[in-house]
Ligand binder design. Sequence first.
Ligand code: NDP
Length: 321
Amino acid sequence: MQSVVQFDECGGPEVLRVVEAERPDPGPGEIVVRNRFAGVNFIDTYFRSGVYPGALPGRLGQEAAGEVAAVGAGVGGLAVGDAVAYLGSQNTYAQYTAVAAARAVRLDPQRIPLDVGAAMLLQGLTAHALVTRAHAVQRGEWVLVQAGAGGTGRLLVQLCARLGAHVIATASTPEKAAVARRAGAEHVLGYDGLAEAVRRIVPDGVHAVFDGVGAATFAAGLDALRREGSMVSFGNASGVVPPVRLLDLAPKNLRLLRPSLYGYLVTDADYQRHLPALVDLVQDGALDISVSAVYPLEDAGRAHADLQARRTTGKLLLRIP
Ligand code: NDP
């Protein structure tokens, strides 16, 4: 048996509880991982609350790192005991997870410890895909990263700055502003009067907005864009963005995208291309993955509450007993 976080009905963080469940066996092409750390992401709160519908009873978690505990038929290149990180499950708040081997990447724990491995994949691959594929950030461009001290936002700030863009970030407190600045933001703004404040810095507006905050910031982001700018709306931390009038894009010939990481990671080949590339980014120092808080598995609800109450910066993890 094993310990797993489960919820029987959608609701607040209090619906999460640890239950005893069967340990999985690996199917063909799968490995079973003995998880040591699992990443906490905003998407987990959407499944828990029902913003994104899922089957009940529900399990949570998209990413984790640990050691391979069992290997299924047809798996090559991974063996019991290997350190791995993986993405694309829906059940990592657990001691053991069965996952397609193609969604795992082997780690050298001397270079990427398991906590960093568990912290880097979902937000790291999202940030990388957004700045290369949703809006290919160019040297000298101005970009606005909403919630620049958050898990994904802090990585977006780093990657944009590394690509040579001028980064303006938003953050709600001075402490968060300092986090965004350390990640590479040249300017950090509050959310009030945002578009005007952006235009005081760059009168034409920014080339791209990366917005995971959603309902509360979408309109200000559109306002802050320059002609032919890109609105990359990738999340709903403050609520789902209401339907958009296409005509609102016309005055500035704006581009509007609503990308999802899993729209970029579809096939096994996609995973096998992008996971090692992310490992290289982390090992080369292009992405600094800092883990800001680690909660015991049984405190998954507290991690969700802190994330949703905007009390956190950077990456949150669960430590799996
Ligand atoms: P974060 O660590 O960024 O936490 C969310 C942050 O959003 C908060 O810390 C807060 O920062 C800001 N925020 C602003 N308004 C609110 C509000 N009303 N309620 C809560 N937070 C608010 O979380 P993640 O990095 O995990 O996720 C960020 C966003 O990115 C989410 O919307 C998530 O769904 C999305 N995402 C989308 C992906 C995709 O594939 N499309 C993949 C990964 C993430 P502050 O206090 O500074 O404002």
